[in-house]
Ligand binder design. Sequence first.
Ligand code: EPZ
Length: 417
Amino acid sequence: MSRFIVSGGNKLSGSATVQGAKNSILPVLSAALLCEGENVLFNCPRLSDVSAAARILRYLGCEVKREGSAVLVNSESVNGAEIPDSLMREMRGSIIFLGSLLGRRKKAVLTFPGGCELGPRPIDLHLKALKSLGVKIRESRGAIECTAPDGLKGAKIALSFPSVGATENIILAAVTAQGTTTLTNAAREPEIADLCEMLNKAGARIYGAGEGVVVIDGVKSLKAVEHTVIPDRIVAATIMSAAAVTGSELMLEGVIQSHLNAVTSVFEDSGCDIKFDCGNLLIKAPERLKPLPVVRTMPYPGFPTDAQAVMMSAACAADGASVFVENIFEDRFKHVSELTRMGADIKVENRVAVVNGVKKLYGAEVRARDLRGAAALVTAALAAEGETTIDGICYLDRGYEDFELVLGSLGADIKRI
Ligand code: EPZ
């Protein structure tokens, strides 16, 4: 189990290029199952979740190889329709293969994705929607057997919650269904628009991606494509938090301004100066942040739940009290106990966390228990006095490519052991 050792207190400087988006490449890799031939996916980050997705694609009969920052997926001969539990358990997000497998093979047998560090991860919205597309679902002993003997048929679907994964699975199942599917209350995350751009290049007919209503006219088949994945807005938010906690000025290269509006406005309210300049973001943080405005996590374009933990690190040493309300996941404050070990003053009541800014954080032995919590501990350690050892860096490697190298190149004193 790798760990980081961070000696805090350094000012950071310079610029970092933001990696491709984990939550975009995962559904795009799933969509490659539908695009028969050799797909070339550019700006694909080196992440353990991407390796897990590649193992699933290979198991299903695809050829997957990496050439630099591109991943090539040849889905000419997909012959499987079953994903074994061992592969499903490697990555929570593997449920995203359900829709594309049904679209390509009209069948999918996989196990319920395990609950994870964020609490139970139900898939009721996915299954209810797929049933309305004509999928028969049998559940037994933790496995789900989905079949569409007469093929998938377009339908009108209204999601009770704009679930990102459910929206993606519905689109992946509907693109080659017979007839039109209208999806209302769809998730609007930029990663969904990215997935639909890739599918439309392959010959799909999807309208309104990124909006609340998405219309999908089913087509017979899709062809292989080349696609460049959007930058990771959560990694960008994490590097911004690193600047904020250390009172530094940093340049982030390759960001999309509109994807960061909710995050940028919180950093600006806390006293950071942020400028955008043709695809680059310049953040200049004050010596000490002002208290943050109330941070309520919401579906996009609201404040992203994935940035809650790293924003909380920035609040720990701010001047005054900051309030966080986690509206998306039941249990997404696991980083609080570890930040407290570093001297943070945080009170949690159900979905609300109140952070009273302290003068200083201190190095400690801490342990990450989820991906974004790990990122929060790393950013807090950059500001802490003394040395912090962070266990559980395998969680960080799920979503951050070579993060100690990125931070080291900005002047952080950080080692992986
Ligand atoms: C995606 O997860 C992301 N993962 C998550 O990022 C992100 O936090 C989340 O969207 C919200 O933005 C990937 O894209 C791989 P949801 P997903 O379905 O699709 C409930 C990270 O750190 N729900 O929008 O699982 C669910 O329990 C990860 O990169 C149901 O009740 O999120 C949760 O409370 C973490 N029934 C809420 O909806 C369902 O059928 C949001 O879930 C589905 C979801």
